[in-house]
Design a protein around this ligand. Structure first.
Ligand code: IVH
Length: 665
């Protein structure tokens, strides 16, 4: 194969996998395999710079920040929608449509109303040439440099005629939460919500900053219908399906409705299920499906008559602030927490909300006893929005940041210059110790059954554990443990097997569990892959660390600081003796027994996560895949396996139970 055709093939594969990931939400390769493809392409392009094209997946981030935004015109203008909060008014909308169409039957399309930022894309000769904000609807800012970094926006499409695509840029709740966690840990101001964060990110002048945030795109309109080209199908639903086939993510919950009753059912359905989406919506958009009918209905004052937005009530509630307490994080950050009179909000009882830091409390002008408005959206943690000043009672008490830690050492708190956070710097602060242990034992880290928050509190209080290495000495302290309240030989046995099982966790998990500041799950995986074992990582210089893609100065500094601490080094030595994985298994392939075999996992596995199973397959030289074909060697079927199992039976592929699979290992 020539270099040119290899490059071509890599680009096609990367685009295909982006499509499967972002459009169809069913990746068939692991992140690791994807990174390897991208890396190979980067290397080849570096050796052959003459072969680089602007739409190559390696060319998403441009090097230089822009100096100012250029204004561009929108033709046709970007309309906005009439809003309503009332189901009655949705019915009125249906009647107006009927009247406008002189009684002709109309179908509706319902989509989710993404709570993000509107974006207009322009493609020419199959290439993304311009991306612009909505602005005032007539004119917006050219933000092409930033939008190119959004991996779900295709840089090239199989459609040569000029094409406009409009949609929404938004963030997943999980990405927002992670971003805020890092911001708070590093003493920065928290971001208010995913939408504002998205808007702020798109206004960056330096695309490299945008590339660091995980923004997403979803398409909801195209002018393709205006042309005679293929895909100009005469209705909105088909135009969206066509966008999907061109590689644009679209609203997967889109639904065709025969009448307004079906529309109302859709509204109710998503009102209930919106928390399960993983991103924020603020309502539902209802559109007349037929494009000819849309034209007939036309628009008034910048809003189409053929569409309406039904908005859900924001999830807000009023309650009383009973007290402000302090919470100490595992890195020593001390955060004020609002203790609230319990109130029901979006289906759960809220009695606490974070107040982030001292400045946040003062900016809100919060006093104990105040009536406050709290808000919750999706899975985002509840927050205090504002104080209802009219309700303030005489006795409301001003709050000042305490100067000592709530732990029994009462050590003085310290606020570094230029930071918003206060820190407890006592090395033995029991609160920090508890937090670190909780993190270490948590599900996403070492996942130690039997070592929950209560058990940790008890063990710390009884002096049985003081750091994460002590956890592995617990099995030798049977008598002390079973003499504690609520403990018995049976629960002790369970704890011991949980502790022993945790020794199987892969290196990346151990690294994450250690609780190094700024080393979340993703960063831990990157570091594990790049340095392969803890000795290499602990010796890495700042330069070696920042040479790894995605590792910035802040992470590098924190890693170096962690490993230069003698007590952390001592803990690592003890963990090594206890038998934890301190080297990446997959790099030093344990064996080749699965060489040339492809495995498809389906259904729910009982004793391991899908990720673990994939790691095990890869570590033996096999390949995990997402779909069953004649080439599949084995299908591992867990509980409730569906269509993949059926396909395997049809094709005569060998089917393994979880038990069979474990025996093979
Ligand atoms: S359609 C002419 N569909 O909601 C039709 N808009 O004023 C244009 N939005 O700022 C809009 N999700 O950015 C449409 N599925 C969806 C949407 C959506 C979110 C935003 C849009 C606009 C606002 C409506």
């Amino acid at each position: 194969m020539t270099v040119e055709s290899r490059i071509q093939k890599l680009r096609e594969d990367i685009r295909k996998h982006d499509y499967l990931y972002y459009v169809e939400a069913r990746p068939v390769i692991s992140d690791r395999e994807f990174d390897a493809l991208l890396r190979e392409l980067e290397d080849l392009e570096q050796q052959h710079p003459e072969l680089i094209t602007s739409d190559s997946p390696t060319q998403r981030v441009s090097g230089e920040p822009i100096s100012s935004f250029v204004t561009v015109a929108h033709t046709p203008p970007m309309l906005s929608l009439a809003n309503t909060y009332s189901r009655q008014e949705v019915e009125d909308f249906g009647r107006r449509v009927q009247k406008g169409l002189e009684g002709a039957p109309a179908q509706y399309v319902c989509e989710l109303k993404y709570d993000g930022v509107a974006l207009s894309l322009l493609y020419e000769n199959g290439l993304l040439v311009r991306a612009a904000t909505r602005g005032d609807g007539e004119r917006g800012d050219d933000i092409t440099h930033n939008v190119r970094t959004i991996r779900s926006v295709p840089l090239s499409i199989a459609h040569k005629a000029p094409l406009q695509v409009r949609g929404e840029v938004y963030m997943l709740n999980s990405d927002f939460i992670e971003l805020n966690r890092i911001a708070l840990e590093s003493g920065e101001k928290p971001y208010a919500n995913p939408r504002n964060t998205t808007a702020g990110t798109l206004k960056q002048k330096d695309a490299r900053e945008v590339a660091k945030r995980s923004l997403r795109f979803v398409a909801y309109w195209t002018d393709l219908r205006e042309t005679d080209g293929p895909g100009s199908s005469g209705n909105h639903y088909n135009s969206i399906e066509h966008l999907k086939s061109l590689g644009f993510p679209v609203c997967n919950e889109m639904q065709l409705c025969a009448d307004i009753d079906a529309v109302l059912a859709y509204i109710n359905e998503w009102d209930e299920k919106r928390d399960t989406l993983g991103f924020q919506i603020d309502g539902v958009v209802i559109k007349v499906n037929n494009i000819r009918q849309q034209r007939e209905l036309g628009s008034v004052a910048r809003s189409p008559r053929w569409a309406i937005a039904f908005k859900y009530e924001a999830k807000k509630a009023l309650t009383q602030l009973l007290n402000i307490t302090l919470q100490v994080g595992r890195t020593g950050v001390v955060t004020p927490v609002a203790e609230l009179d319990p109130v029901l909000l979006a289906g759960s009882t809220i009695s606490r909300a974070t107040l982030h830091n001292e400045d946040f409390v003062h900016e809100l002008d919060l006093r104990i006893g105040d009536t406050v408005e709290i808000e919750k959206g999706g899975e985002v943690i509840p927050k205090v929005n504002r104080v209802i000043l009219e309700e303030r009672k005489k006795g409301a008490v001003e709050w000042h940041m305490p100067t000592t830690c709530p732990c029994h050492y009462h050590s003085p708190l310290h606020r570094p210059v230029g930071e918003a956070n206060w820190y407890c710097e006592h090395g033995n602060c029991p609160w920090q110790i508890r937090r670190r242990l909780q993190h270490f034992a948590s599900r996403d880290a070492m996942d130690i059954d039997g070592l929950g928050e209560k058990a940790i509190d008890q063990f710390v209080d009884a002096g049985l554990i003081g750091n994460v290495a002590d956890v592995y000495d617990l099995p030798g302290k049977r008598d002390a443990i079973i003499s504690l309240d609520r403990w018995a030989p049976k629960s002790y046995d369970k704890l011991v097997s949980g502790i022993n099982r945790s020794k199987e966790q892969p290196f990346a998990r151990v690294l994450f569990a250690l609780g190094i500041r700024f080393v979340g799950e993703g960063v831990a995986k990157i570091l594990a892959k790049a340095f392969k074992n803890i000795d290499a990582l602990s010796k890495a210089s700042a330069e070696q660390l920042t040479n790894v893609g995605e590792i910035g100065d802040r992470i590098a500094e924190s890693v170096i600081e962690f490993f230069s601490n003698p007590s952390e080094r001592e803990i690592i030595n003890r963990l090594r003796k206890a038998g934890l994985n301190l080297a990446a298994e997959f790099e030093s392939k344990t064996s080749n027994e699965f060489e040339g075999m492809t495995f498809v996992l389906t259904g729910e596995l009982e004793t391991m996560t899908r990720r673990d199973a994939e790691d095990l397959i890869e570590s033996r030289g096999g390949k995990p895949a997402g779909s069953v074909s004649k080439k599949t060697t084995y299908v591992v079927a867990g509980a409730n396996a569906g269509s993949k199992l059926q396909k395997a039976q049809e094709l005569g592929v060998t089917i393994l139970s979880e038990e069979d699979f474990k025996k093979m290992l």
